[in-house]
Design a protein. Structure first.
Length: 434
């Protein structure tokens, strides 16, 4: 690839920052985010998402915008900014903003529209805009490109071009980092597809796969997480069935897993901003073209019901132990959407908390990774970051943070209390598990 390429990464969250850091090892990169607090944090060499270590982040940070240096093909490094003027000299714009759903589970494309407007203000002839945000097929060319054209006054595939390379970040995973996961790429013309593919191939050690079109790449991404969602829904349904039969679901899965082609999925709460959201994007598009996706939406309904189901199982165990449910004290370990990750977006632990409170249970939430202020702002739920010293009527492992697995959980229990394992990872002393 041409070392003169200057890259702007729009959105510095769980997806954008690792990608910007990686590109900055070879190119001049400007990381753009509208959140000034996030920019200030990164300038200090700290990443609150914990995706990038301080040492690695600081190794690529630069104090001057490398994209503004003229005729300097050797310039590289990451400059973070909330000033749109700092991205005007770039020729590749990579959009990595979130794509959430609203309260009715309908796709909310607002972040994509806003970021496209931002890019459109600085777009020049010959520039390429690449989207990484998870969407349904058609969003890039039918929703985002018209915004770019309107704001910039340029013509698509004549003056500027587009690409799509779906993010495959796995938050909290220090083994499967962005450079070690094969990257799907695509472009709005065959020639641009090759350019986009070569750009990613220059930094992705796992290699790339050039899809024949942007829509194919979009569809491939959205079915990745829909497939996982459906498979987890299946084992969640199995858990409900086997619990009624007094059979340990995890023992059943271990036995079935001895067959070479059995898929190793486990029951659990399916949240986060990928698996718990992306199926709704595909379902929305399917319904727009006149098809009702029964399996996709059926899987979503079942997985969305699991918080309330787990709460009912915990309450049944408390009753069997002779614990008075109303006003019972319960310690919930973890509120983030997955282990060893501080992200609380769309965490289904919240569904469990609300269901337990409906039973009258007094819930104390302990999570050393989640930001208490962020949880309060998002969910109006109080959390603590330091282990409590009192005993509880029930202790529930909701998230399998390594810190919890290394703890002696008996320190939180009185003689009558129960221990429930939502994640199915504890080996002994458990009264119940999903």
């Amino acid at each position: 690839m041409n070392s003169d390429n200057k890259i702007a990464v729009i959105g510095l969250g769980y997806v954008g920052l690792p990608l910007a850091r990686l590109f900055a090892t070879k190119y001049a990169v400007v990381g753009f985010d509208i959140n000034q607090n996030r920019i200030d944090e990164l300038h200090s060499g700290f990443d609150s998402t914990l995706e990038i270590s301080n040492e690695i982040l600081q190794s690529v940070l630069v104090k001057e915008n490398p994209s503004s240096k003229k005729n300097d093909s050797q310039s590289k490094g990451l400059y973070c900014s909330s000033d749109i003027a700092d991205i005007k000299d770039c020729n590749y714009y990579i959009v990595t903003v979130p794509t959430p759903v609203d309260k009715n589970n309908s796709p909310d494309l607002t972040p994509l529209y806003k970021s496209s407007e931002t890019v459109g203000k600085v777009l020049k002839k010959g520039d390429v805009v690449i989207y990484e945000s998870t969407v349904y097929p058609g969003v890039t060319e039918e929703e985002c490109v018209p915004v770019l054209e309107k704001v910039s006054g340029l013509k698509f595939n004549i003056d500027f071009f587009a690409g799509y390379s779906p993010e495959r970040i796995n938050p909290g995973d220090k083994e499967h980092t962005v450079d070690k996961i094969l990257k799907v790429t695509s472009g709005s013309t065959p020639e641009v597809g090759q350019k986009v593919n070569e750009l990613y191939l220059s930094v992705i050690t796992a290699g790339t796969y050039l899809a024949p079109s942007i829509k194919v790449a979009e569809a491939a991404k959205v079915i990745e997480n829909s497939q996982r969602d459906i498979n987890i829904a299946f084992v969640n349904e199995l858990a409900k069935i086997f619990n009624l039969m007094h059979i340990d679901t995890h023992e059943v899965l271990a036995a079935a897993g001895t067959k070479w082609n059995f898929l190793p999925f486990k029951p659990g709460l399916v949240g986060g901003h990928c698996i718990g959201v992306d199926p709704y994007y595909l379902a929305q598009k399917a319904q727009e073209i006149g098809y009702h996706p029964e399996i996709i939406l059926g899987g979503r309904r079942l997985n969305d019901s699991m918080g309330e189901y787990v709460a009912s199982q915990i309450v049944k165990l408390m009753i069997k132990k002779g614990i008075t449910v109303n006003e019972a004290s319960l310690l919930l370990l973890g509120i983030t959407f997955k282990e060893n990750c501080p992200d609380v977006r769309n965490t289904k632990i919240v569904d469990l908390i609300l269901a337990l409170k409906d039973y009258g249970v007094k819930v104390t939430v302990f999570d050393p990774l989640a930001n208490p202020e962020g949880v309060m702002k998002e969910y109006k739920i109080e959390t603590i970051a330091i282990a409590p010293t009192q005993k509880f009527d029930a202790v529930v492992l909701g998230v399998a943070h390594t810190e919890f697995l290394n703890m002696e959980l008996s320190q939180f229990r009185n003689k009558m209390s129960i221990l429930y394992d939502v994640k199915g990872v504890l080996k002994e002393g458990v009264d119940g598990r999903l």
